[in-house]
Design a binder for this molecule. Structure first.
Ligand code: G3P
Ligand code: CA
Length: 272
C-alpha cells in the first residue's frame, strides 16, 4: 500500500456530515472519493454482524439497549439517522450509487453483509477497514463470522494478483492473531492508543500487521512512525481531521489516514 499520497479512509463513513455507519455516510464518503470505508462491527443477539460503534444503541438511534442483547429485526426497527440531521445538500450521490442500493434505506441500520454488497457493486475499487468490537467476550466468534462472510464474497485471500478489498482492525492483539489464524493473508491492523515500545508490538502481533496509533499519540511521539516503518510495518493513523494533523501524519510517513472528513482531507492532501 506504499504510495506517495496516503490512502483516505472514511471513519464510520463521512461521519462529520452524515449519521455514522449509515448508508448515507458511506455513500457520501464514496462520492467524496474516499479510498476506503471504516466500519465497526458488533454481533446481534441472533448472530448477525452489524455496523455499530457503541456497545448500546442509545447515542446513535432512537432506541435504548445493548446491541448484543437485541435481535437484528429489533435493531432494524430503530431510526439510526435522526439523531444527526441527514445532509440535504449532499443527498444526491451521483452516478456512483450501485443498483443494490435503495437510497430510501440511507438512515437505516447497515449489516456488514449489506455494506460488502454495496462495495462489491461499485464501478471503482473501494476498500473496507473492518474493526471488530467485542474483542474477548465471544471468544473469537466475531472474527469467525467475519472470516465466513469474507469467504462468501471471495475476499478472505489477499494476493498481489487478487487483493482483498477488506482489512481487519482491532485494539485487541488477541483478535488480530485470531484473524491471522483464520485468514493468514488478509491485511490486518493493530490499533494502539497509548505509547507502546515497538519491540513489545512485535511480540503481540505477527510481522506485516500494520500499526495504527491515534494522531494525538503520534503528535507527542513523532519518531514512533519511523520506528514502526523500520520494522517493515505500515503506519495507519486515526482520527485525522485537521490540516495540522494531516501534516503530523505525512511527516511520520503514514500510508493511511482515517478521517471523519474524507472530502476535506483529500482536498488538504492535494494542496500539500
Ligand atoms: O479507525 C480506528 C478508530 O475507529 C478507533 O477508534 O473508537 O472510533 O472505533 P473508535
Ligand atoms: Ca472504529
Amino acid at each position: 500500500m506504499t504510495s506517495l499520497r496516503p490512502q483516505v479512509v472514511a471513519h464510520r463513513g463521512a461521519s462529520d456530515r452524515e449519521p455514522e455507519h449509515t448508508l448515507a455516510a458511506y455513500l457520501q464518503a464514496i462520492e467524496a472519493g474516499a479510498d476506503a470505508l471504516e466500519c465497526d462491527i458488533r454481533l446481534t443477539a441472533d448472530g448477525h454482524l452489524v455496523c455499530v460503534h457503541d456497545r448500546t444503541v442509545n447515542r446513535t438511534s432512537n432506541g435504548t439497549g445493548i446491541v448484543s442483547t437485541l435481535e437484528l429485526a429489533q435493531l432494524e426497527g430503530l431510526d439510526w439517522g435522526s439523531w444527526k440531521k441527514l445532509s440535504q445538500e449532499h443527498g444526491d450521490y451521483g452516478t456512483e450509487v450501485p443498483d443494490v442500493v435503495d437510497t430510501s434505506d440511507r438512515s437505516h441500520l447497515l449489516t456488514l453483509r449489506k455494506l460488502f454488497s454495496v462495495v462489491a457493486d461499485l464501478d471503482r475499487p473501494v476498500q473496507i477497514a473492518v474493526e471488530t468490537k467485542h474483542p474477548t467476550r465471544y471468544g473469537g466468534l466475531v472474527e469467525r463470522k467475519l472470516a465466513r462472510l469474507l469467504q462468501e464474497f471471495g475476499w478472505d485471500r489477499h494476493t498481489p494478483e487478487k487483493p482483498s478489498p477488506v482489512r481487519m482492525m482491532s485494539f485487541s492483539a488477541l483478535a488480530v492473531r485470531r484473524m491471522h489464524a483464520l485468514a493468514p493473508t488478509l491485511p490486518l491492523v493493530y490499533l494502539v492508543e497509548r505509547r507502546m515500545p515497538v519491540a513489545m508490538i512485535d511480540g503481540q502481533v505477527p510481522a506485516g500487521v500494520a500499526i495504527a496509533p491515534d494522531v494525538e499519540m503520534l503528535a507527542l511521539n513523532p519518531r514512533f512512525g519511523e520506528r514502526i516503518r523500520a520494522r517493515g510495518r505500515e503506519l495507519h493513523v486515526w482520527t485525522v481531521d485537521t490540516p495540522e494533523q494531516i501534516r503530523v501524519c505525512l511527516d511520520a510517513g503514514a500510508s493511511v489516514l482515517i478521517t471523519n472528513k474524507p472530502a476535506e482531507t483529500r482536498k488538504t492532501l492535494a494542496s500539500m
